[in-house]
Design a protein around this ligand. Structure first.
Ligand SMILES: [Zn+2]
Length: 326
């Protein structure tokens, strides 16, 4: 069985494969799904078919558009990361002996009953140390997803992050690792961004205060902080808690030319529809105090490419009513 440090190192190697500015949620979501299975006492190896639907749902919700189409890639490619230290595959030899680049298709993985999971030494270490498992999960969430989404991802997976933190075999608790290697945030970022937008949500204008203190207002990174987005006003938006979460889920973005709020076609709203969220679609954001503080095109481009759920809803000019599609 691996020691806690060896297990953390094995997962750290995957993290290092992530380069600044490049964002792919496939591997981290598969790892988190596999961690949740260990936590729930499930067997070490699982057929791809069994996790196909939940993986698809995770990538659809928390990944950029069309991420779900390549959901089977990490199931195959994780096995070659770190020379097999992190992921085992089992199935017919004629499939497993293929070169790493020859990814089996979705139907091959299903029809050939290919199984995957953590290697025995990692599986046993995680199973025997709930604190270590939570530490790995926390680090993966920190490395790949903004804090606004951590609780939602964990809840979707049924992954317990801060439950009874039982420590066995002398393994350190999750909290001992959680803050390691986290990139430092500039504590002045929030203040500067909120001031730039005069302490209101630049989408809906929300500006509630408790006394003098803004309530429920947050400074969002346009290019996420943990993938290299800088702590500067041009990479920030002042958003209410709801719009911050919707922005990080890729429900809307801001177009770089006219700074209009653009909603995704995947964002569907029922009764509250046009009276609710979609009333902001196509509207310019509340501008910051100075044009120097406007969101910079390169950060908006990163957001549109990596987070926004394309395609965008059509923007019609004021007064024009789009003809109903037939
Ligand atoms: Zn808002």
């Amino acid at each position: 069985m691996k020691t806690a440090i060896e297990v953390l190192d094995a997962f750290e190697n995957i993290r290092r494969a992530q380069r600044a500015g490049i964002y792919a949620p496939h591997k981290p979501l598969l790892i988190l799904l596999a961690l949740a299975r260990v936590q729930h006492g499930e067997p070490r190896l699982v057929e791809f078919t069994t996790i196909d639907a939940p993986l698809k749902q995770l990538l659809t919700e928390f990944g950029p558009s069309s991420a779900a189409k390549s959901r089977h890639y990490p199931f195959w490619h994780l096995a070659t990361d770190g020379h097999g230290a992190l992921w085992d595959l089992s199935g017919p030899r004629e499939i497993l002996k293929r070169p790493a680049g020859a990814t089996p298709s979705l139907s091959e993985l299903r029809d050939q009953h290919i199984k995957g999971g953590f290697p025995v030494d990692i599986y046993e270490a995680l199973r025997h140390s709930p604190g270590l498992l939570q530490a790995v999960a926390t680090r993966v969430l920190d490395a790949y997803f903004p804090a606004t989404l951590h609780a939602d991802i964990a809840a979707t997976l049924g992954l317990e992050l801060d439950g009874p933190n039982e420590v066995r075999d002398g393994a350190p608790a999750a909290a001992d690792y959680a803050n390691a290697n986290r990139r430092r945030r500039d504590p002045g970022f929030r203040d500067r961004v909120l001031r730039a937008y005069e302490y209101r949500c630049c989408v809906c204008g929300f500006d509630l205060r408790i006394g003098h203190i803004p309530a429920g207002l947050e400074a969002a990174h346009i290019q996420w902080h943990h993938v290299g987005g800088p702590d500067i006003e041009a990479n920030g938006l002042s958003l209410c808690a709801l719009h911050h979460k919707l922005f990080d889920l890729g429900v809307f973005t801001v177009d770089p030319a006219e700074h209009r709020v653009i909603f995704s076609q995947h964002a569907i709203s029922g009764g509250r529809g046009m009276a609710g969220e979609l009333q902001f679609h196509g509207q310019p954001i509340h501008a910051p105090q100075h044009t120097d503080l406007l969101p910079a095109p390169q950060f908006l481009a990163w957001n549109t490419q990596n987070v926004f759920k394309t395609p965008a809803r059509q923007v019609t000019t004021a007064g024009a009513t789009p003809r109903a599609a037939r």
